[in-house]
Design a protein around this ligand. Structure first.
Ligand code: PXL
Length: 282
């Protein structure tokens, strides 16, 4: 039986509240017509950024049996997409999943969701970051922010002190780890403008997309960006088009959240921006 609809398997945590990881990936992919299979890595009451007292249930033990069942069913996917992981052990499990579900040459997007603004997220250490480098090596596309890129490459975090040559060299170094395509988020060369850079090793092309920079720190926007990027790619957009669509959608959601004055810890209002996303993706 041939499948018309694109299908993604996404592997990341469920932060029950706070609009990140699966609670943004699933609606964004679904809204854009992508059948989405979820593999939760952990369940938390909230994300770990800015909340205290959150619960955490590690689902490492469930992953192999879930995947074994899917293999029995002969599940195939057009994309495998990983985000925030629950444990270092999961990095090895997921590397195996990439092999097990690799028939048909799916797009493998690894978002090394582990750090931002020069700091690892509370649950992670440098060993976890090294493990992430081995997972990124198996990806066809990786989408780090600048902090994550530096951790993956074990290079010093430059803060805001970088230029175009540094960004392009960093993307080439990331691609040399394995992925054909690299998208670096949170790139800014001038005050008031923020965006993403993309590198495609096979085409040897670099491109950029910038929008207005809205001051503040907005949780979950990295996950919204990666999910939208994948949604655009699975809707047959080029990488250059996809980085722009993901920037516009993410900044649109941030703009709404700032206008509404809601607490950024609870994530951004991407829900009311979905209509615009569908127009961008058409
Ligand atoms: O958005 C990244 C993310 C995902 N999941 C959890 C997190 C974070 C960032 O802090 O804590 C649990």
């Amino acid at each position: 039986m041939t499948r018309q609809q694109k299908r993604a398997i996404t592997i990341q945590d469920i932060s029950c509240m706070g609009r990140c990881s699966l609670t943004v990936a699933l609606p964004i992919l679904s809204a854009t017509g992508v059948e989405t299979i979820i593999l939760p890595t952990a369940i938390l009451s909230t994300h770990t950024g800015g909340f205290t007292g959150y619960t955490f249930r590690d689902l490492t033990e469930d992953i192999d049996p879930i995947c074994a069942h899917w293999q029995e069913l002969g599940v195939e996917a057009d994309a495998l997409y990983t985000g925030y992981l629950g444990s270092a052990e999961q990095q090895q499990q997921i590397a195996r999943i990439f092999d097990d579900f690799g028939a048909g040459d799916p797009l493998i997007l690894v978002d090394p969701a582990m750090a931002d603004a020069g700091e690892l997220y509370p649950a992670f250490d440098l060993d976890f970051a090294r493990g992430m480098t081995t997972l990124v090596a198996k990806a066809s596309l990786t989408v780090p922010n600048i902090t994550e890129a530096c951790l993956l490459l074990e290079k010093e975090y430059p803060g805001e002190d970088y230029d175009q040559a540094w960004i392009e060299q960093t993307m080439r170094e990331l691609s040399a780890l394995g992925p054909r395509q690299v998208v670096l988020t949170g790139v800014s060369f001038e005050e008031g403008r923020l965006g993403a850079a993309a590198y495609d090793a096979e085409l040897d092309t670099v491109s950029y997309y910038f929008t207005e920079r809205i001051p503040g720190y907005f949780h979950g926007t990295g996950d919204i960006y990666s999910s939208t990027l994948l949604a655009a790619l699975l809707n047959d957009k080029s990488l250059v088009e996809a980085i722009g669509i993901a920037c516009e959608f993410t900044v649109g959601a941030i703009r709404r959240t700032v206008a509404a004055g809601t607490e950024p810890r609870y994530g951004v209002d991407f829900e009311n921006e979905i209509g615009n996303l569908l127009q961008l993706i058409q």
